[in-house]
Design a protein. Structure first.
Length: 457
């Protein structure tokens, strides 16, 4: 491990055993000088099994005392779950909670006083973990940053897409066709927001008809076969039961360049597959081709319930004075962006005072950003400063200025707007300058939308 420009710090490593089957490893880094008086816990991604040293290093450079955990195991995937139900709980939420208690104890012992503020930051699995902490331990953090939360129900959706899109070779779309599909989608939807700029600002308003790309004759690089048209429709449609109940939202238009993450084959990514072969069936040889959406998602939901499934009951977190910043890339290729919108809306519905909820929870959708980072849109913004100003100064983010870089140079800035607002061009000035945009309510949200395509099961 080597990180440049780190200030001097005390590095503490520890093993925690809240149960006889637990083996939680944590690290706590304590600045020797110039401590800012605050604590920042950083989450990991995927199935854990590693320390987010990059996040810890960034926190330390900002003057924070910081901590991270391996989530209770050292495996690359979820094989640690088989025969170890307590380790599954450790991974889901207990490792983070025990780490936080220990870190706060060490901070007080080292500095002779408690941290003035405590924060959590994480993306993907770390975003999910932050939301689980907010629900289970509402007085643990003053502010939580949850990026692209990896809703665990995503795994059933990913397996469903695998069965639908590459179990049958005729259904498979070669990745060489992705750029052609992406161009067509942009041509159809890019200007929906009144500005043609290579980004779909509001994918909810985009309902592209992939039949427009169907080959008139033989298959070719610039068209889709009828079966491939069906596949494209499936990818951008929600996973539904036979009666039409939506189990998980769609992959959004604008993600076409990265469809391989879910539809590239020849088998599902281990990240998604592990949920069923290790957690649900506890059989490393389980065949994903046997996956049935309704049967297997129900089995997974029963196991995940009250462990790592997200719970939108966050009234206690709000009552404690906590602030929750959620962000999600509209071009996220492995967690459907609509899952964060659904969670956010559920939180508002269950809030003690929905009209005042914007005082403590805000969701920012990021046009063109992939999973946690990357993509064609502005994906870089100072999340820590935003949550600090909200918690410490009572200034909720009315907008967030995000930047896109090419070869290390900023070539576009844009405002990110609190959902359901979207950024609209003012009509003059550079379209690459955030100052020329205003956050406004979307005219498409709340209006009637075409019925989604229902793939056959």
């Amino acid at each position: 491990m080597s990180f440049p420009r780190l200030p001097a710090f005390c590095r503490v490593t520890a093993g925690l055993k809240p149960t006889s089957d637990s083996d939680i490893r944590i690290e706590v880094w304590l600045p020797i000088a110039d401590w800012n008086g605050k604590f920042l816990a950083v989450g990991s991604g995927g199935w854990g099994g590693f320390f987010n040293y990059d996040g810890m290093a960034n926190a330390l450079r900002r003057g924070y005392a910081t901590s991270a955990t391996d989530d209770g195991h050292a495996d690359a995937g979820a094989s640690f779950v088989v025969g170890h139900p307590e380790k599954f709980i450790d991974f889901a939420y207990r490792a983070e909670h025990e780490m936080t208690i220990e870190a706060k104890t060490l901070i007080k012992a080292f500095y002779g006083r408690e941290a003035r503020y405590s924060y959590w930051t994480g993306c993907s699995g770390g975003g999910r973990a932050g939301l689980l902490q907010a629900h289970r331990y509402p007085d643990e953090f003053n502010g939580i940053i949850a990026g692209d939360p990896a809703n665990v129900r995503r795994n059933a959706w990913a397996l469903w897409l695998a069965v639908q899109t590459f179990k049958d070779s005729d259904a498979y779309i070669p990745p060489e066709k992705y750029p052609m599909i992406h161009r067509a989608v942009l041509d159809a939807c890019d200007a929906n927001d009144g500005l043609k700029d290579g980004l779909i600002e509001d994918p909810e308003s985009c309902h592209f008809d992939f039949k427009a790309l169907q080959c008139m004759a033989a298959d070719g690089p610039d068209c889709l076969t009828p079966r491939q048209v069906h596949t494209a429709q499936t990818i951008t449609s929600p996973a539904t039961t036979r009666t039409g109940k939506v189990l998980f939202p769609r992959l959004e238009p604008g993600t076409e360049l990265d469809w391989a993450r879910l539809a590239g084959g020849p088998s599902p990514a281990d990240l998604f597959l592990d949920q069923f072969r290790y957690v649900v069936y506890q059989d490393p040889k389980w065949d994903w081709r046997t996956f049935d959406l309704e049967r297997d998602s129900a089995k997974a939901d029963a196991i995940d319930k009250d462990i790592d499934d997200l719970d939108p009951h966050l009234a206690s977190f709000a009552k404690h004075g906590g602030k929750l910043l959620i962000f999600h890339g509209w071009a996220d290729q492995q967690v459907a962006p609509g899952s964060s919108i659904e969670f956010y809306k559920s939180v508002l519905t269950l809030s003690a005072n929905p009209e005042q909820a914007a005082n403590w929870i805000r969701l920012f959708m990021v046009p063109g950003m992939g999973h946690c980072l990357g993509g064609e849109g502005p994906d870089t913004f100072d999340k820590i400063s935003i949550i600090e100003q909200w918690v410490e100064q009572g200034k909720p983010p009315e907008k967030i200025i995000a930047a896109h870089q090419t070869a290390g140079k900023v070539d576009r800035t844009r405002p990110l707007c609190p959902y359901p607002q979207v950024a609209r061009y003012n009509g003059t000035g550079s379209i690459d300058d955030a100052s020329n945009f205003t956050c406004r309510n979307s005219v498409t949200r709340g209006s009637s939308q075409p019925a989604p395509f229902r793939p056959k099961h």
